[in-house]
Structures are given as C-alpha cells and as structure tokens.
Design a protein around this ligand. Structure first.
Ligand code: ATP
Ligand code: ZN
Length: 293
C-alpha cells in the first residue's frame, strides 16, 4: 500500500469497540463521507481525506510507517506494539474506549501482592506490556500468550493467573476471577505519523487535529450564566467546576450585583447548582457547548 497523492489518510478500527466513537469524532470535526462499495476505505467528500478502516492492531504500524497520517487506537494496542523502530506520536487522549489492563487470579489462590505470581504462568493477549510490568516489579513469571478468551485460562489449567482488559469487571466476575493489580490504564488516543504529509496537506492535517482537540475539550463542558451579589463573587467562582477566569459583567440598574459567565470543563451537577444558590447566585443557566476552539 502506498499513500495516495493529494489525500490524507486516517486509520480507524473497522468494526469493534472504538469504531462508532471514532467516526463520531471525525464527523464532529466536520468531515462528511459516503459509505461506498469499498469497505476498506471511506472517501471524505468535503476534504481530500480517506478513512482507512482496518483491524485496530494494524493501526500503530500504519501510522508509524506513514501509510496513514493519523490514527485512532487504544493506548493498550499502541503500548503493545512498541518496538525499537519508528513509532507513532500520541497527539491527545480522546476520552473514550476507557479500559484497564488488570492482573486477576482465581479466589482459591493465596494472593499477597504481585510477588505471589513469581514462578507461575500468566495468560494474556498483551505479553510485552505484561513483561515490562513484571520486569519493573522484579518478578519472574512465565507468560502464555493467547489471542482471546484469556479469562478461561485458569479454569483450563493453562495458567494460574491472567492479565486482561477490563471495563466493568463483569467478564472477570462471570469467570470467577478477582482483579488484583492494575497494569495499564487505557483510553483511545489520536496518533500522528512521524512522517509529515506532502506540504500541500500540512495545513489541512493541522486543522483537523485542532478541530478534534476542540471536539474533545468541549465534550462534557458547559456554559454557565448566573447573577451574583458582588460580595459573593469569590465564593461563587470557587464553586464553578473547572472554570478558568469567568466573565463578569455589570447588571443594569444594580450596583450590588453582577452577571457571571463561565465555561465549566467538568460536569455541572444539581449539587453544584444548589451550592451556587446557597452562596447567593440567582438566575442560574447551564447551556451545552456545541463547538470550542
Ligand atoms: P479488531 O478486530 O479490530 O482487532 P479487537 O477485538 O482487537 O478488534 P475490540 O474488542 O473491538 O478489539 O476493542 C478495541 C479496543 O477497545 C481495545 O483495544 C481497548 O482499547 C478498547 N476497550 C474498551 N473497553 C474494553 C473492554 N472491556 N475490553 C476490551 N477492550 C476494550
Ligand atoms: Zn485487535
């Protein structure tokens, strides 16, 4: 495969846990495409960009090699793919696809910390990450690499423990396993090739990255407007979650009160509104933010 002249390429997971949210992000960044007959490639209509739909395991290599300019992949896959060669650069975390790589053991095992795993067999789909973890801890254990169904390994006596991805813990529970250690916290990340695109496309690449950053940071962010007594301004600003310097404006005909507008980067709960009210705020409005740059 070689890079098509005049077009950028973004690698995304074809079908799996990251597919939908990856396409949402790309759509929110203003890209439009038609699902063509070509299953591997979606052609973006309004920009010279193609979406390459592949297995997630292939994404780090495609981006590292410059076959694709950008990619969306789990940190777990990126870490496992790490080797001595050229590698993709992480641009930013995307806030979805969160999961944790955990060590888990059967309840019958006497467990007193990672040392208890010394000399045992551990099944995983992430041998490199696990090996690094064990090395860091100074533990010698045998790693059994499995492509999937890692959680059945202890029952089949293939291994004494497992190291697997967990999001809710339901799969572990269903297999009678207990999570003990966190080996890696993961979420989807945007990655960028170390090879720059052809010069004519650099500006487009930068602008797509900037738009995606805007989409990610506006997620969950809210615009809060309220009226406050001047005397309560400090207390009220302190309650607003994740707000930078708020805008403070005079209210017509009122010397003792002001209007406060702030972008809150964190969720604004009912409890927050109640606290604001108790501190003297009134006419509180919480609005969604559609775009941010
Ligand atoms: P592919 O066919 O593309 O190789 P896959 O089976 O390897 O797919 P998925 O199960 O779709 O991959 O998971 C993709 C990514 O989603 C994982 O690598 C991980 O980053 C993330 N993820 C989020 N929650 C979980 C979870 N509970 N279990 C596994 N992966 C999860
Ligand atoms: Zn995969």
């Amino acid at each position: 495969m070689s890079t098509v002249q005049g077009r950028l390429r973004i690698a995304i997971q074809k079908s799996g846990r990251l597919s939908e949210r990856s396409l949402d992000l790309i759509r929110d960044a203003g890209l439009k495409w038609v699902k063509g007959a070509n299953d591997l490639l979606y052609k973006v209509e309004n920009y010279p960009i193609d979406l390459l739909r592949v297995r997630d395991d292939d994404i780090p290599t495609f981006v590292a090699d410059g076959v694709c300019d950008l990619g969306i992949v789990g940190e777990n896959v990126l870490e496992e793919d790490k080797n001595g060669g050229s590698h993709a650069e992480v641009v930013m975390p995307l806030g979805f696809g969160r999961c944790t790589l955990k060590l888990a053991v059967p309840p019958t095992m006497t467990y007193a910390g990672p040392r208890s795993l010394a000399g045992l067999r551990i099944a995983t789909s992430y041998p490199k990450i696990l090996q690094r973890y064990l090395d860091d801890q100074g533990i010698g254990a045998e790693i059994v690499t499995m492509r999937g169904a890692v959680e059945v390994a202890p029952r089949l006596k293939l291994a004494a423990a497992i190291c697997d991805l967990v999001s809710t813990g339901a799969t572990l529970e269903a297999n009678g396993l207990i999570a003990k250690e966190t080996v890696l916290q993961s979420q989807a990340v945007l990655i960028k090739s170390p090879t720059p695109p052809e010069p004519a496309l650099q500006h487009l690449l930068d602008s797509i990255v900037e738009r995606m950053a805007g989409v990610v940071s506006s997620q969950g962010a809210k615009y809060v407007m309220l009226n406050a007594p001047r005397s309560a301004l400090d207390a009220i600003t302190a309650i607003l979650p994740g707000a930078g310097a708020p805008t403070v404006m005079p209210l017509m005909g009122r010397d003792d009160a002001v209007a406060v507008h702030a972008v809150c980067q964190e969720a604004v709960f009912w409890e927050t509104l109640e606290k604001l009210k108790a501190a003297g705020a009134s006419a509180i409005l919480v609005l969604p933010i559609e775009k941010m740059m």
